[in-house]
Design a protein around this ligand. Structure first.
Ligand SMILES: [Fe+2]
Length: 372
């Protein structure tokens, strides 16, 4: 039987003993093999599993973090470098995936200021009620989203978001590319930053003058975004964003692949003839795909491998992921990335439905390879 996570502490103790020679309490070769297996499993999870409870926030990630109304936001960089402007930002998984996974947690009324990106930016609401506001000065309307809703905001348009609910909320974010580049802030964001003591440099980092920091001699201050810069970007009104939003209660209407009680629906990405799935609701090229996966109680997938990076982001329930050296129990908010070519299975041994979001790399979805 494969070792489970709760045994890891015990295993690690015995690994420690098993390398000290004849005095080791576990001289049995089977036990030594089990210890090595547990160690491999722990090593894999240390590199690729990010528990929601272990997320390390950065509260100084961006130029607006001193601005009243934005100071309490927490930014998370879960996979990839993200777009944080602070050296204090912790990156949980640095392995290149071709996309980035991040998170934002904000209390009610907290605002992420208007900005534009060079790559696709997708938000999935995990908890809370959020207004996504469009335009360089929020003049292009807003879209309000609830848990389980998804929005994909095209490149080169100004967007921001605010927690408009009555409790702290959390968003998953997916950005395209190994390096998603830098954020372009709306002009008013620079004005506010100067007022509250933050200076953005051309290399994307911040100088906090309230801490006594000064601009290094070898660095250049980022010129504020100009009216001409704004005019060169696109405008997208919230009223025209129906194709950029997928509501949770619309998921059931999507085409679906079903296997042994596991339903997978395309949210973002191209059609996949190999998998018999139509294109996602947001079907322009993102460089990654997002699927919604639902697993009924007692259901489970066969062992299989994938030809792309596969990241699981838990939304609801408890998911068991079977890996070669052990199982992982995932709960809401957890993120796991499974290596290309590694065998995995998914199962739900609880009495409640599992819901997860799966992000896979590339624009050409392939069929998994099933193991007998
Ligand atoms: Fe953003």
């Amino acid at each position: 039987m494969l070792p489970c996570l709760v045994d890891l502490e015990l295993h690690s103790k015995y690994i420690e003993y098993s390398f000290v020679g004849a005095s080791a309490p576990f001289g049995d070769p089977y036990m030594a093999q089990a210890a090595a297996t547990a160690q491999r499993h722990a090593s894999l999870l240390a590199k690729r599993l990010v528990r929601y409870a272990d997320l390390r926030p950065c509260t100084t990630a961006f130029i607006d973090t001193r601005t009243p109304g934005s100071a309490e936001k927490e930014n998370f960089t879960i996979i990839g470098p993200g777009v944080s402007e602070s050296p204090d930002q912790h990156v949980h998984v640095r392995l290149p995936h071709g996309f980035n996974i991040g998170g934002a947690r904000q209390p009610p009324g907290c605002v992420n200021s208007q900005h534009s990106h060079e790559t696709a930016e997708v938000f999935i609401v995990h908890s809370g009620t959020w207004a996504f506001k469009m335009g360089p000065n929020l003049e292009d309307g807003e879209v309000v989203l609830h848990p389980g809703d998804t929005i994909s905001i095209p490149v080169h348009v100004f967007r921001g978001f605010e927690n408009v609910g009555d409790s702290t909320g959390y968003l998953f974010a997916v950005l395209g590319g190994n390096d998603p580049g830098r954020v372009t802030w709306a002009p008013y964001v620079f004005d506010n930053a100067e007022k509250y003591g933050l200076v953005l440099l051309e290399d994307g980092s911040l100088v906090d003058t309230t801490r006594g920091e000064t601009v290094p001699d070898d660095k250049t201050v980022m010129p504020p975004t100009t009216k001409a810069d704004v005019a060169a970007l696109d405008r997208l009104k919230a009223d025209d964003m129906g194709g950029c939003v997928l509501r949770h209660d619309s998921l059931d209407a999507l085409t679906c692949s079903t296997l042994q009680g596991i339903e997978e629906r395309p949210v973002i990405g191209s059609a996949s003839d190999a998998e018999g799935l139509a294109a996602g609701h947001m079907n322009w090229l993102h460089g990654f795909q997002v699927r919604h996966v639902q697993i009924q109680p007692g259901a489970g997938s066969p062992l299989h491998t994938r030809h792309e990076e596969e990241v699981i982001m838990m939304h609801a329930g408890q998911l068991t992921v079977g890996l070669p050296d052990g199982d992982v129990e995932m709960v809401p908010g957890d993120v796991l990335t499974v290596p290309i070519g590694m065998a995995r299975s998914f199962s739900n041994s609880t009495h409640e439905r599992v819901e997860a979001w799966v992000v896979r790399g590339g624009d050409l979805p392939q069929s998994p390879s099933y193991h007998s």
